[in-house]
Design a protein around this ligand. Structure first.
Ligand code: NAI
Ligand code: A1CAB
Length: 317
């Protein structure tokens, strides 16, 4: 019992250190090392690929006043998908080359298997115009060395690998990045200006990024599933659907804020809710019998392995 409490205290201290940047060494120090961010960017920002992630990054930048829609250049071969970007009055094109030529910071936001085709076409058609550009990849699994290989016609291509998530749209994003070898401090500052305004942003060593992808980029989908299931349970027990989903979401949001702000270990927070012989411990017992922790750990493992596979496929192209 004494040993258990001691451990919890040590873990609790560990989490506080993480939250408050104290006693940070090695890799943890790297996570917090970053050049200062800026208020606004005057650059032209490009998106090759116009889907969910591109929209989340674009809208978060504009909402936070980092850029205006008129500074955004976006391309996709599908006119239908570009329609919403036209309504925002961004600069749209059916030709990726236009974006790569006009923009200075270019987000690659296509599916990982499209990368080779997209880059080959760019390099064939616009090689001279896209030298000296900063490329920012959001592609799951694809390594910096693969990205540099695809852009290798430029001697010193500048690439930053970023892993964002869609909650950026509401200012609650969680993003990580790893800079390639040729990027400058100013490149990093520009990119983290975009990412930090949208929520938490940390630098990580590249070997961690696939596991972090599973946690932060796939993670919102896992959380939606949990919220939906909690809501379903309440509906089963007689609560109206229109209030149950809202209350499930607010409860998860509140619990997340307690973890981030209370300075307590997450296990202590759980214990605070579990009254002896009460309702919560009965529910916890039901969850543990179904192996909910193992299922969530399996989800992170499966998503990490899939990111590894996507990266390997890109390497083999
Ligand atoms: N959706 C998410 O939550 C996250 C996605 N990502 C990464 O973001 C990238 C994009 O994912 P989503 O936005 O979710 O996919 P999406 O399917 O919503 O968007 C992809 C877009 O690419 C466009 N496209 C197709 N072929 C193209 C081409 N040849 N040139 C230019 N555009 C083309 C399509 O019009 C489509 O709208 C992926 O690599 C994914 O790994 C990373 C983190 C989170
Ligand atoms: O599911 C996917 O592959 C993308 C990358 C991470 C989140 N969505």
């Amino acid at each position: 019992m004494f040993v258990g409490c001691g451990l919890r205290l040590i873990q609790s201290k560990y989490l506080c250190d993480l939250n408050f940047n104290c006693a940070i060494t090695g890799i943890r120090k790297l996570c917090y090392q970053a050049p200062p961010t800026k208020e606004k960017l005057s650059h032209k920002i490009g998106f090759i690929g116009d889907g969910n992630m591109a929209k989340a990054i674009c809208n978060s930048m504009v909402k936070k006043g980092v850029v205006q829609y008129s500074q955004i250049y976006v391309s996709s071969p599908y006119k239908k998908n570009l329609h919403v970007w036209e309504t925002w009055k961004t600069n749209v094109s059916l030709d990726n080359g236009d974006v790569a030529e006009k923009a200075e910071i270019i987000f690659i936001a296509v599916k990982p298997h499209m990368l080779q085709e997209v880059m080959d076409l760019l390099i064939t058609k616009r090689k001279d115009q896209i030298k000296n550009k900063l490329f920012v990849s959001v592609l799951a699994g694809v390594t910096i060395s693969s990205l540099e290989k695809f852009i290798s016609n430029f001697e010193k291509c500048r690439v930053i690998r970023v892993m964002p998530n869609t909650p950026m749209t509401v200012g609650e994003g969680c993003t990580v990045y790893t800079p390639g070898q040729n990027v400058t401090e100013d490149d990093i500052s520009n990119v983290i200006t975009i990412l930090e305004k949208a929520g938490m942003c940390r630098r990580v060593p590249e070997y961690m990024i696939n596991a972090v992808t599973a946690l932060i980029s796939s993670g919102p989908a896992f959380a939606y599933l949990i919220i939906e299931a909690l809501s379903d349970g309440a509906v089963k027990m007689g609560v109206y659907r229109d209030i149950s989903t809202e209350m499930a979401a607010q409860t998860v949001l509140g619990a997340a804020k307690m973890v981030l702000k209370s300075q307590k270990h997450v296990g202590d927070l759980k214990d605070d809710v579990c009254s002896a012989g009460g309702t919560t411990i009965a529910g916890i017992h039901a969850l543990e019998k179904k192996g909910v922790r193992g299922a969530l750990m399996d989800a992170i493992e499966a998503a990490t392995k899939r990111a590894d596979e996507l990266g390997q496929k890109a390497k083999d192209q």
